[in-house]
Design a protein around this ligand. Structure first.
Ligand code: IPM
Ligand code: MG
Length: 360
């Protein structure tokens, strides 16, 4: 039987609760599709750091790089220095495993979940390809004269031709694939701020040059400020958006709201052909932790993306179909902590739907 080595990092806050439900659904798909997962659980989190002072070491990152995939819940603890464990574990994985694509689908499954009036599932179905290893996340910079009136802080935005090109190419290839599935022309929009930040001209030139190889693909450009407006006003214009790390971080939260909230948004941190990491977009949400109210759909959808990545396309589709049906029929009324359903109930409902759909 095909067996995948999956590292699981439940993390902090609601992370462990949503991961449990993701694994529950994953096990159902395993049984139906006939493959196995060897689950290796790692304790790394803010809570674990408080107890042990342990962060993600180089050795650990090496160990993770020998797995088939990593499934992560959320990192972030109110009693730990801001961003310390996030940078160690999440950015450790992204940079350490060179996961240069952060893939974030924005798809609305039920009209009532969309906060934009007159927009429905036919209008909101696009993907954001976020460059994941460069930009303002480079960690190059620091503080001078810290804590004095002359304090200076500097951060360097890093954009390499190679880094930009591989993200742009990924976006063009993805648009081609999606165009086959959706029977619409392939379309890529590159989002930058090259009018004010001249170094983004590298993005503009790379996009134009690589675009020469994709003449059948509609190619568009938007400055990030305008992009946020178009995402609300005309989300139907977008199919694949490609952008730098920080802009991608920002516009994917906006995208999550278009599709019904952070509770359903999932993402893949991908290096094609190598160990990749899958996580819900939401954070640890300490105020909901331990209450069994957080929506696990983001984690469940991330598990679906992981299967897709591993080549278990049918398994990934089983998860997406089950979630789509439960949402569009209103059986699961919303993807947030106010759905009236517990974390466990939502996980059970998706699991049952996956089994039921396999019987029929
Ligand atoms: C995300 C998160 C992370 C990011 C944080 C937790 C470091 O916001 O995955 O979008 O900024 O990339
Ligand atoms: Mg974010």
């Amino acid at each position: 039987m095909k067996t995948y080595d999956i590292g699981v990092i439940p993390g902090d806050g609601i992370g462990p609760e949503v991961i449990d439900e993701g694994l529950k659904v994953l096990r159902a798909v395993m049984k139906i599709e006939g493959f196995d997962c060897n689950i290796i659980t790692y304790p790394h989190s803010g809570a674990h750091y408080l107890k042990t002072k342990e962060l993600a070491t180089d050795n650990l990152i090496d160990e993770w790089s020998n797995l088939d995939a990593v499934f992560l819940g959320a990192i972030g603890h109110p009693d730990v220095e801001v961003g310390l464990v996030e940078r160690s574990v999440i950015l450790g994985l992204r940079f350490g495993l060179d996961l240069y694509i952060n893939l974030r689908p924005i798809k609305l499954y039920a009209k009532h979940m969309c906060p934009i009036k007159e927009k429905g599932p036919e209008d909101i179905d696009f993907v954001i390809v976020r460059e994941n290893t460069e930009g303002l996340y480079s960690q190059i910079g620091g503080f001078l004269k810290q804590g004095t009136p002359d304090e200076t802080s500097i951060v360097t935005g890093v954009y390499t031709r190679k880094g930009v090109e591989r993200a742009v190419r990924y976006a063009f290839e993805l648009a081609k694939e999606r165009s086959k599935e959706k029977s619409t022309p392939p379309s890529v929009t590159m989002v930058d701020k090259a009018n004010a930040i001249r170094s983004h001209d590298l993005w503009a030139r790379t996009f134009a040059e690589v675009g020469e190889e994709y003449k059948d693909t509609e190619q568009d450009h938007a400055y990030v400020d305008a992009c946020t407006m178009w995402m609300i006003k005309n989300p139907e214009w977008f199919d694949v958006i490609v952008t730098n790390n920080l802009f991608g971080d920002i516009i994917t939260d906006l995208g999550a709201i278009l599709q019904g909230g952070m509770g359903i948004a999932a993402s893949g941190n991908i290096h094609p052909g190598k160990t990749s990491m899958f996580e819900p977009i939401h954070g640890s949400a300490p105020k909901y932790a331990g209450k069994n109210v957080a929506c696990p759909l983001g984690a469940i959808m991330a598990a679906g993306m992981m299967l897709d990545f591993l080549g278990e396309k049918n398994g990934g589709k089983r998860i997406e179909d089950a979630v789509a049906n439960l949402l569009s029929s209103g059986v699961i009324p919303s993807a947030d902590a106010r759905s009236g359903l517990s974390t466990t109930q939502v996980g059970n409902m998706v699991t049952e739907a996956v089994y039921k759909n396999a019987e029929s």
